[in-house]
Ligand binder design. Structure first.
Ligand SMILES: [Zn+2]
Length: 398
């Protein structure tokens, strides 16, 4: 399938160092971006679907690197069906599991945690709710796991590991398991801050420095943050990616972004939601945190969007997250909210508003065009300009 988005006002690349791409169109073919810039008329004429953005802004599909996945499009904690599809309507096209810790009766023995990770990973290889790409199967580190278990998991395709909910006496005991997981090529993530599950203990800078994971999950608290003195230590004394979450402490979220900006290491900032949790199901959570960073922390809005796209893609080695040829064809068109005080999406976000999601394309397929079920209707006339396929893409959803 060939899809084009034309008449774009702004194209953001997802790269904080070079955030703007010149031109007004994006062409996609068979799930990949093939052209970003000014497309030839013949290129557009060859497309099956052409979306007219009417001057709105294109950003890479958002990557939420902390989603509480279980199985299917269902969250047992909040007992809600269809949340992932709803997140697509909030502009998130990739979800990364924070480990399948919310599965009722989750196993804690080595065979159980391995089986859970393998099963979750394999289920979501075949299932994209609403067009969402779900990276699932994050093994929960528990006592008893041996190095050969990580070799086995890696051989079976599991590439995520999560420390923080295991029955260890002290968080320092995670260190060898994190090391083994990294040695076998896995991305290691660590719950940071106060305990969020009874029986697990708080995890602070000393623990993270001993573990050296790839990612400090919700460094701004999930939802209880570390002591303030720990933040500059993590920024200055480590190269760990620092994930800030919507469902955390807002003050330390903004501060973390500022510390990384001042350190010239903005690529280490990852935006995520840490939902669904007690804080709720938040389809617009990624846009909320982008808006908070752009309006309250004086982070350039283009950088805040990069932290939610390209930065996550780099750390998690994904092919999405950038609007560049060869990357996954995940594109979100955003606009100012109808009736708002700003007339384009980036100004709206700088103002602290939530931009409207006007269209989402994932894997090169338009998922909806014109009206998201989660945001107010666009003030612009984002619409399907041409469709050569038998399906009707002109409605509010597909
Ligand atoms: Zn979480």
């Amino acid at each position: 399938m060939k899809t084009a988005i034309v008449n774009l006002g702004v194209i953001l690349t997802g790269d904080w160092r070079e955030p703007l791409a010149p031109g007004d169109s994006i062409v996609m073919d068979e799930g990949r971006i093939v052209h970003v810039g000014t497309a030839a008329a013949s290129q557009i004429a060859a497309c099956d679907v052409v979306i007219d953005a009417d001057g709105a802004t294109a950003i890479p599909g958002l990557i939420d690197s902390h989603v509480h996945i279980t199985f299917g499009d269902y969250t047992p904690r909040q007992r809600m069906v269809g949340f992932l599809e709803s997140y697509v309507h909030g502009g998130t096209t990739t979800s990364i599991s924070a480990s399948e810790v919310h599965v009722p009766g989750r196993p804690k023995d080595p065979e159980g945690v391995k089986a859970l990770a393998v099963a979750a990973m394999k289920c979501f290889e075949n299932y994209r709710p609403g067009g969402m790409r779900v990276c699932a199967g994050s093994v929960i580190l528990e006592p008893g796991l041996k190095e050969q278990d990580f070799e086995e998991l890696a051989r079976k395709g599991v590439w995520l590991a999560k420390a923080g909910f295991g029955a260890f006496d002290t968080p320092f005991d995670y260190a060898p398991l994190v090391r083994w997981a990294k040695q076998h090529g896995m991305i290691t993530t660590v719950h940071t801050g106060g305990a969020s599950i009874p029986g697990s203990s708080g995890i602070w800078a000393d623990h993270l420095i001993a573990m050296q994971p790839n990612v400090s999950f919700h460094v701004n608290g999930g939802p209880i943050a570390m002591p303030d003195r720990d933040f500059p230590r993590l920024v200055q004394d480590t190269s760990i990616a620092l994930q800030v979450c919507t469902a955390g402490n807002l003050r330390t979220c903004l501060w973390t972004a500022q510390l990384l900006k001042d350190a010239g290491q903005f690529e280490r900032l990852l935006v995520a939601t840490d939902t669904p949790t007690g804080s709720g199901v938040m389809p617009l959570g990624m846009l909320y945190t982008i808006s908070h960073l752009a309006s309250l922390a004086k982070i350039p809005v283009e950088w805040a969007i990069a932290a939610a796209t390209g930065n996550n893609a780099e750390v998690y080695r994904l092919n999405s997250g950038y609007l560049r040829p060869g990357r996954d064809a995940d594109v979100v068109v955003i606009d100012a909210c109808a009736g708002g005080s700003q007339d384009n999406a980036l100004d709206a976000l700088r103002n602290g508003d939530i931009a409207a999601v006007a269209a989402v394309v994932s894997d090169g397929i338009p998922r909806f065009v014109g009206r998201s079920r989660n945001t107010p209707g666009s003030i612009k006339n984002v619409r399907v300009a041409e469709c050569k396929l038998p399906r009707d893409f002109s409605g509010s959803s597909l």
